[in-house]
Ligand binder design. Structure first.
Ligand code: AMP
Ligand code: ZN
Length: 118
């Protein structure tokens, strides 16, 4: 069983913010911003590649609720999901990072290929 499934089953502890029948939001153990929350579906899905429109629709509603719960909906925030090797996905259970609480950096990639040649 994957680490986030164990977390859902309360086999390992987490700092939960919001929970319903289908989703769970909890604080990231290694935060990259003053507010760093992970939002996961309770059903095991490997990544965004396997997510369908029905799940994503409900996920959007839930993430918006989480942003309100921690009062970052007006100041702004960022939602990220890492996919696979190049995306830097470490945990193979679909999760959305919700980052906020400060102005977030957005760095430039010097080797970017704006013509899309690769
Ligand atoms: P990713 O690199 O997109 O797969 O993100 C995985 C995230 O899960 C990282 O930001 C970790 O800090 C976080 N993480 C791993 N284990 C736990 C845990 N037990 N509780 C909370 N966050 C965790
Ligand atoms: Zn899982």
């Amino acid at each position: 069983m994957c680490i986030f499934c164990k977390l859902i089953n309360k086999e390992i502890p987490s700092n939960i913010i919001l929970e319903d029948d289908e989703f769970l939001a909890f604080h990231d153990i290694n935060p990259k911003a003053p507010v760093h929350i992970l939002v996961i579906p309770k059903v095991h899905i490997d990544s965004f590649n396997e997510a369908n429109s029905s799940l994503m629709g409900k996920m959007s509603d839930f993430i918006q609720e989480v942003a309100k719960e921690v009062k970052i909906e007006k100041s702004g925030y960022r939602v990220i999901t890492n996919i696979g090797e190049n995306g830097g996905q470490e945990v193979k259970h679909l999760h959305f990072h919700v980052l906020g609480g400060a102005k977030l950096s957005w760095s430039h990639f010097t080797d970017a290929d704006p013509q899309g040649h690769f």
